[in-house]
Every structure is written in C-alpha cells, then in structure tokens.
Design a binder for this molecule. Structure first.
Ligand SMILES: *[C@@H]1O[C@H](CO)[C@@H](O)[C@H](O)[C@H]1NC(C)=O
Length: 320
C-alpha cells in the first residue's frame, strides 16, 4: 500500500469482551463496597474462589531466609528516612535464592525513590509487605524528571505480597499541570512477577506499571486514589507478555488498566473498575509509530463511575 495511512496494527484482538453487571445484586454490591465497613462484602464479591485463606494468608516459605528492614536500621516512624535500611535489606535478600525481605506490620516507612535492582540478584525473591510505605511529599527533595518512586528491575521471579500499603502521597503532584511525575511502583525487564494482597494508593501518577515484563500475575490488589486525580492510571502495561490481572479493585483518576504497545496475552478477569476512565488499549501510534497489541481478554468485569467502558485509543497520522 502506497499510502500507509494506518501505521497502527492491532491484529488478533481475539476477545475483548465486557460483561456488565447491571442486575440488582451487582449494583448493590458495588454500592456496599464504597461504604466504610464494606470489606466483608468486597471479599465475598471478589474472591469467591479462594475462600477464607485468600489473599493474605499465604504462609511464609518455611525454608526462606528472612531479612526484616527493622534489623537493618529502619525506624518505621513515618518521618525518619528509612531508604538506607531498605537498600541494606534488599542487598542481603538479593544474594540468596528465594529469600524474603520483610516490611513488618504496624510501622510506617518513609522511603525516597529507590531501585530494587536485580541484574546480580538470585531468583524468586519475596518482598513481604505488611506495613506501610510512604513517599516524601511533593517538594524540592524530589529530583526532577524521575520516572518512578519504587522500582524493581531485571529480576527473575519477584513477588510482592502481604496486607501492606504503598502510599505515594501524591496530592501535591496532582495540581501541577506539566512535568514528569513518578509512577509509584514500576517493574522493568523482569519475568515471573507476582503482586498480590497489597494496596497502592494516592500515586503521584500511574500506580503500578509493568514494562518489558513476562509472566505477570496481579491478584487481590487494591488501587485507590480519587476519581479527579489526574493521570493516575491504575495498572499500565507496556511491552509485556503473558499478563493476568484478576480479583482486583481499581479506583483511580485515569485508566483502570492501560494496555500499550508490545503487549500480548493479557487476561483481565473479575476486576472492579471505578471511578476511573475504564479499561483502555492505547493510546497507540504516537508520532506515526507502529504499535501492536494482541490477544487481550477482558471478562467478568464491573465498570462503574467511569468516563468510558472499554476502548481502543489511537493517535491520528500526521502527514508531513
Ligand atoms: C492468549 O493469551 C493467553 C493468556 O491470556 C494465553 O494463554 C494464550 O495462549 C494466548 N493465545 C495466543 C493465540 O497467543
């Protein structure tokens, strides 16, 4: 074709199915979840297949060596900078296969931008998050142009699990109209990635991002930020394959899930989306680039209080 006006290729989108739950039960359940004390209802609504043990009762591996951040000097008082202690615990955990780094319950850890970097790490490390991790509030202490706050890179087998909270304290960023804002939790170049049980809230921008990852599982996760917080995508996928997101509640100010170029084999199931902008493929094809996304399935999903439901967003071709 001489005129390659469509440089965007979206082939083999095998299933892109949305099941609306408009019957009375579903609507009532959704309302119930928004109320305080609705967690029991949430559990019944979202984790029916896992009974009472799901999602946070997964036992520690008996054989796993444990590295507790408190043993590495973390204060956990919400005001001391615990970044160094986290770095120390990570370096120790990373040297042993299937070790566990523990962020214990009952403490609040203030952590500056940090990379849990893996090219020289052993595989199958568990990050057991039962406490709360908070970001520094927006101020001069942030370097400009930072792409993420918490980063896990180049790991083979990485699990974040537990009942803990990651809080970006992002409100100070939301009023800024321009400039790069960090993603709260980003995985890059990793395989066999699991995120389960935790809550990610009030991100500066995107809550949870996977870039260049293979075999990703997200379940029993809660994303929570106000519906009017700008660009706070729930989960952002890019160049990632074999991704399953299920039994997860995504409330945010932008796309609940955003699926970008290079993604294939994405399975989204039993997700509650709203408020937010729905579930989106794209935007694809910026600046006349070629973009491919394939084999995306969305099913058994509740979408409510959103700008749109499911959609594909593309950039228009610019003729020069
Ligand atoms: C589509 O993706 C699913 C995972 O969501 C995978 O199991 C399946 O093999 C993929 N199908 C093709 C044709 O690639």
């Amino acid at each position: 074709m001489k005129n390659q006006s469509m440089k965007i290729c979206m082939f083999a989108i095998l299933t892109f199915v949305l099941v609306w739950f408009l019957q009375h039960e579903g609507v009532n359940a959704t309302r119930g979840m928004q109320q305080r004390g609705g967690s029991r209802l949430l559990k019944e609504t979202f984790y029916p297949r896992y009974g009472e043990t799901f999602p946070n009762a997964l036992p520690y591996r008996k054989t796993s060596t444990i590295f507790n951040v408190l043993s590495f000097g973390a204060k956990g008082d919400g005001t001391s900078d615990d970044t160094k202690a986290f770095e120390g615990a990570w370096l120790a955990a990373c040297k042993l296969e299937a070790s566990t780094m523990v962020v214990p319950k009952g403490s609040v850890f203030l952590i500056k931008p940090i990379s849990f970097s893996g090219p020289n790490c052993e595989s199958n490390i568990v990050f057991q998050l039962d406490g709360t991790i908070i970001a520094p509030k927006r101020s001069g202490s942030w370097e400009s142009g930072l792409l993420q706050w918490l980063e896990f890179t180049k790991l083979n087998g990485i699990t974040i699990r537990g009942s803990g909270v990651i809080d970006g304290q992002g409100s100070g960023w939301w009023s800024e109209s321009s400039g790069t804002k960090p993603t709260a939790l980003r995985f890059y170049g990793s395989s066999d990635v699991t995120v389960t049980g935790i809550t990610i809230q009030n991100s500066q921008q995107t809550h949870l991002k996977f870039d260049n990852c293979q075999s990703v599982q997200v379940f029993g996760v809660t994303v929570s930020s106000p519906g009017d917080s700008p660009n706070t995508d729930g989960i952002h996928l890019q160049n990632s394959q074999d991704v399953t997101i299920h039994s997860t509640k995504l409330a945010c100010g932008d796309d609940c899930v955003s699926i970008q170029t290079g993604c294939s084999g994405v399975n989204i199931q039993n997700v509650d989306c709203g408020p937010g902008h729905g579930i989106s493929i794209g935007s694809l094809g910026k600046d006349n680039t070629r973009a491919c996304v394939s084999n995306i399935t969305v099913r058994d999903t509740k979408i409510h209080d959103t700008m749109t439901g499911v959609r594909i967003k593309t950039w228009q071709v610019i003729n020069s």
